[in-house]
Design a protein around this ligand. Structure first.
Ligand code: NAI
Length: 338
């Protein structure tokens, strides 16, 4: 099949080679929704990641073309393409990490919740495949609304008997990436030197930057706090409006997804002290899921950190975030239970 650009064992002009079997050290990674606005640059960046030995690109359209294109890059990972539902199981077999940017993005005037009806079904189908074919893989879920799709994925895995909360991570990295950038702009620093914890969820007021915990230590005026919090919460909408109907953040999202996937892979490899924010099963608040800093290790999110000291502005924000999150989580759970 043309989508399988590299065969398990290839023979070129009579010379047999088995490299495509994935013999090189590294992890096997699948991207589901790989032909999309996020999926394509994400696939390109993952092909450049030295921790990846095999890269599976799955989509319901255009997977063969994206695969042929990416496969010409002279980096280590072997790339294989998979097109459409009948090839989902082959795409997933044996994967260590599955990244999911499949689904429809927002248009101007839409909230992430408006995407629920379409994306919920897509995430359900893909997670059923994961439960069957690579139940031990780490899952990085990008499809919106993340506040609901992560609970959906958890319910699918529970039904299948494969649920391990440590392995299911909603990707909120773009909120952290934006927060680092916007805070660095205000402080006049290099964004690489700035670390802003962003907790809660991934939508509107559920995105809660903890500006009192920024590293390096600094302080903000009430006006700066208000400006930064709003800009971080509305960062996605800023891009949706600028793209004027052509979708939402894709390039910065692909960057953020790769930054997050790389931390997961370094955790899997056994590196110490790998900490990043993600939306996970949590006991940090009374809600069953919450984004906060997590420590990534060989088995996924091995430790979920408490929120730490917050100021009054953040405590008020936390209450608002929890109210909206509670509904979004329940909506996800009900989608599977009903
Ligand atoms: P897009 O429409 O450009 O790409 C989505 C891809 O998913 C398409 O190639 C489509 O064919 C594919 N797809 C649809 N149904 C599928 C299925 N059943 N199986 C596999 N693939 C399927 O959208 P874009 O811009 O790449 O966004 C993707 C998702 O990521 C959206 O839900 C968007 O809201 C979300 N997103 C999440 C962010 C986050 O921070 N977590 C940030 C930005 C976007």
């Amino acid at each position: 099949h043309p989508s399988n650009v590299q065969m398990e064992e290839s023979s070129i002009l009579g010379r047999t080679n088995c490299r495509a079997k994935g013999g090189a050290p590294g992890f096997k990674v699948a991207i589901l929704g790989a032909a999309g606005g996020i999926g394509q640059p994400l696939a390109m960046l993952m092909k450049m990641n030295p921790l990846v030995s095999v890269l599976h690109l799955y989509d319901v359209v255009n997977a063969p073309g994206v695969t042929a294109d990416i496969s010409h890059m002279d980096t280590g990972a072997v790339v294989r393409g998979f097109l459409g539902q009948p090839q989902l199981e082959s795409a997933l077999a044996g994967m260590d990490l599955v990244i999911i940017p499949a689904g429809v993005p927002r248009k101007p005037g839409m909230t992430r919740d408006d995407l629920f009806n379409i994306n919920a079904g897509i995430v359900k189908t893909l997670c059923e495949g994961i439960a069957k074919c690579c139940p031990n893989a780490i899952v990085n879920l990008i499809s919106n609304p993340v506040n609901s799709t992560v609970p959906i994925a958890a319910e699918v895995f529970k039904k299948a008997g494969t649920y391990d909360p440590k392995r299911l991570l909603g990707v909120t990295m773009l909120d952290v990436v934006r927060a680092n950038t916007f805070v660095a702009e205000v402080l006049g620093l290099d964004p690489r030197e700035v670390d802003v914890p962003v907790v809660g969820g991934h939508s509107g007021v559920t995105i809660l930057p903890l500006l009192s915990q920024v590293k390096p230590p600094c302080s903000f005026t009430p006006e700066e706090t208000e400006y930064l919090t709003k800009r971080i919460q509305d960062g996605g909408t800023e891009v949706v409006q600028a793209k004027a109907g052509a979708g939402s953040a894709t390039l910065s999202m692909a960057y953020a997804a790769v930054k997050f996937a790389d931390t997961c892979l370094r955790g899997l490899r056994g590196d110490a002290g790998i900490v990043e924010c993600a939306f996970v099963a949590s006991q940090v608040t009374e809600l069953p899921f919450f984004a906060s800093k997590v420590r990534l290790g060989r088995t996924g999110a091995e430790e979920v950190y408490q929120l730490g000291p917050m100021n009054e502005y953040e405590r008020v924000g936390l209450e608002k975030a929890k109210n909206e999150l509670a509904e979004s989580i329940q909506k996800g759970i009900s989608f599977i239970k009903k």
